[in-house]
Design a protein around this ligand. Structure first.
Ligand code: PHE
Length: 443
């Protein structure tokens, strides 16, 4: 294992395909399935989609490329990458490291819920037409069961970084992502054949100028950053396993296109079905754990479709979970010169400790609130509204003004490089500051 600690012998993705599958695996997660389609429907439909695409291309692609560049140039995890620019920047790396602990603390709890629903639909422990809102609420409020499910999810995520970049992370994504895409296509096409499916499509796509406000723009931007896994060093870490000659512009383009298509397909999978059975559309846990089980109850072969959907959701969360863990594992492995296996055990244990209070936020700790939020909500809010934008602002400033990335690592097109640099230095940071103030409720 000593090999991984020096840049020269750092593991490399064995192909461009492996890199795309890994970054797509990181990007495609709960954000695509339970948030994007609903937010799109709520914020002007096709107009929102257009805005989202423009913001992704002109704003989000900049920090995205920055993260990949930083990783590719430094060939280190997030802490050592910042330290290599300047010892004094160590804290910026640690801030990303902390973010990579915060997010799993709530994300993995939800991952555990998907495992529970897989068990329910697989073994039929509860008859399909009896799975209700109460099923979810009773389960989430228990002290032990959701914790066990969360631990199962954590262990399943940890196995892959534990085995290594090629034998673990790469293999998992190479198999799971194509499977995920096939299943998603299958379910989306099935959804379209349901009676009245057109209503669901109208909800998602019909352009509605009245719903389109300044808030919409900032919502689209926040969603785009989160869903592309920008802002905590995931892409620095995955980028650090790239070969020097890899084309990150092409990969980023494919990543952005793939991630957007998958988010739209997720909506096509969900909303026609929801409207077909006259249910109310919503987002988040309520949509997937309460509304959709009602759809499966009414559908022929509901148990089969339910199982397939929750396996799909589990795959999405798993591949994102792997990338979340890899950030902190890669960071401490080289910082403290320990083995990959030990780093995995340490990071999983730290996350596990925090998963107790986040899990219990739905049970006996639900009354304990800070700033009117449960512990689960505090972790989510701090990570999504403070840490992710803050890390992204720091990244743009440090890379744009101090590191000044070498042109040949990015492109050989001088014009493209100039536009990139201009956006990076002058446009993206102020917009991100605005986003952060908005997230904090200050604008
Ligand atoms: N992109 C993932 C999603 O959409 C979440 C994530 C955020 C994963 C940040 C890694 C880093 O669900």
């Amino acid at each position: 294992m000593a090999i991984e600690r020096s840049a020269a012998k750092r593991p490399n993705w064995s192909s461009g395909f492996a890199f795309i599958m890994a970054t797509l695996g990181s990007a495609v997660g709960l954000g695509n399935i339970w948030r994007f389609p609903y937010v799109m429907g709520q914020n002007g439909g096709a107009l929102f989609l257009l805005m989202y695409i423009l913001l992704t291309i002109f704003i989000c692609s900049v920090p995205l490329l920055c993260e990949l560049l930083l990783g590719k140039q430094m060939r280190r995890g997030v802490i050592r990458s910042y330290e290599k620019i300047n010892k004094k920047f160590s804290a910026f790396g640690w801030l990303c490291f902390i973010t990579s602990i915060f997010i799993p603390c709530f994300y993995f709890v939800v991952g555990g819920w998907t495992v529970n629903y897989i068990f329910i639909y697989l073994f039929g422990t509860i008859p399909v037409n009896e799975i209700s809102q109460a099923t979810f609420e009773t389960f989430a409020a228990q002290p032990v069961a959701p914790l066990i499910m969360g631990i199962i999810f954590l262990v399943l995520c940890a196995i892959f970084p534990f085995r290594g970049v090629n034998k673990g992370i790469e293999q998992a994504n190479n198999i799971i992502m194509p499977l995920f895409i096939i299943m998603l296509f299958f379910l989306a096409v099935t959804g379209l054949f349901l009676p009245n499916s057109i209503e669901g499509l109208k909800f998602m796509f019909a352009p509605d100028f009245s719903k389109f406000t300044f808030t919409t723009v900032l919502t689209a931007l926040g969603q785009a950053l989160f869903t592309l896994s920008v802002g905590m060093g995931c892409l620095v870490t995955y980028g650090s396993y790239l070969k020097k000659d890899s084309d990150i512009i092409k990969s980023s383009g494919l990543l952005i296109i793939g991630n957007t298509i998958i988010a739209v397909l997720a909506g096509i999978m969900i909303f026609p079905a929801v409207f077909s059975f006259n249910l109310e559309p919503s987002a988040g846990a309520g949509l997937v754990f309460i509304t959709l089980p009602k759809v499966f109850a009414a559908l022929p072969f509901g148990q089969f479709f339910g199982l397939m959907f929750f396996v799909l959701l589990f795959f999405a969360a798993l591949t994102s979970g792997i990338s979340l863990l890899e950030v902190s594992i890669a960071a401490i492995l080289e910082k403290f010169k320990i083995s990959r296996k030990l780093a995995t055990v340490i990071m999983s244990s730290i996350i596990l400790v925090f998963m107790f209070p986040t899990t219990w936020s739905f049970g006996f700790l639900s009354g304990y609130k800070m700033f009117n939020m449960t512990f689960f909500e505090v972790m989510d809010f701090t990570a999504s509204n403070i840490l992710l934008p803050l890390n992204t602002i720091i990244l743009c400033v440090v890379v744009g003004w101090i590191l000044k990335p070498k042109m040949e690592l990015l492109t050989n097109n001088k014009k493209f490089y100039d536009v990139f640099n201009f956006l990076l230095k002058f446009i993206v940071p102020p917009i991100l500051i605005l986003l952060m103030l908005f997230g904090l409720g200050l604008v």
